[in-house]
Design a protein around this ligand. Structure first.
Ligand code: C5P
Length: 257
């Protein structure tokens, strides 16, 4: 199934406090987080896990950062012969995804597939902040899309006990969720493009607005779609804090990634 990947890389990385936007943070091997993320997509292609059509990368609106990330994308495109298009993002992740969807719609139009642009075409939405996703996870997501599902997420089991809390100031526990029913959800998440576009429009018009969306499957759930789950991988972790960055660098040093 021809696959277009939408990478959202427009976050500021404020929780990482690295002094540069997260996608531009350089890991211990001298490569930026975005380069690693792009390389993981092409590794999935080379492993035969996905039939890659193109990549859209959503970059920050700030011109200096955008130029730096565009340079990374152009070098990657020249090295791999993959079509890469960049597009400016928005204030919230959901805004960036919506900006990216417009670019993907254009890119997919050139796929030349029968039955409309996305008649037989997969869309994967992926965080640039997850640089080490193995090819098998990309493959599992696309395989689920091929079986006809409109939405699919990779997920791993939760190790902590998760409680709900309430109260300003000192919080109080209001409940404990059954851990066996919980999953930590990663990216790439796979979708039918038309359904995801409609779900994002609906979320934008809804009470919480699109800002309340922390992933794209949430929009699909709210629109009434079933969301399938496939097995994720611990290496699909998201780099959010300095501790995550230390883990990423330790993995590179040990040759695990
Ligand atoms: O903020 P969070 O950790 O959820 O970000 C996940 C991904 O979404 C990151 O790759 C980040 O660059 C991206 N993002 C974005 N635009 C935003 C906020 C986050 O593209 N406004």
């Amino acid at each position: 199934m021809r696959t277009t990947v939408l990478i959202v890389a427009a976050g500021s990385g404020s929780r990482l406090q690295a002094g540069v936007p997260k996608a531009l943070v350089t890991l211990s091997d001298g490569h930026t987080m975005l380069e690693h993320c792009l390389d993981s997509v092409v590794a999935a292609r080379d492993a035969g896990a996905i039939d890659l059509h193109a990549i859209a990368v959503v970059v920050p609106g700030d011109p200096d950062t955008a130029t730096s990330l565009e340079t990374v994308c152009h070098a990657f495109a020249a090295r791999t012969a993959v079509t890469v298009q960049t597009v400016p993002g928005g204030a919230e992740r959901a805004d960036s995804v919506r900006a990216g969807l417009a670019a993907v719609r254009t890119l997919a139009g050139s796929a030349g597939s029968a039955g409309g642009p996305f008649g037989r075409h997969a869309l994967l939405v992926h965080d640039a902040a997850r640089p080490f996703v193995p090819p098998a996870v990309f493959g599992a997501v696309v395989t689920a899309l091929e079986s006809g599902t409109a939405a699919v997420v990779p997920a791993v089991e939760v190790v902590d006990t998760i409680k709900t809390v309430a109260g300003a100031g000192p919080e109080e526990v209001t409940g404990t969720l059954q851990r066996t029913q919980l999953r930590a959800v990663q990216t790439p998440q796979g979708f039918d493009l038309t359904s995801l576009e409609a779900a994002h429009r609906l979320a934008e018009e809804g009470a919480g607005g699109a800002a309340a969306l922390t992933d794209d499957a949430m929009a699909m759930e709210a629109a009434g779609h079933r969301v399938s789950v496939v097995t994720g991988d611990p290496l699909g972790f998201k780099i959010t804090t300095q501790l995550d960055l230390m883990l990423a660098n330790a993995l590179l040093a040990s040759g695990t990634s």
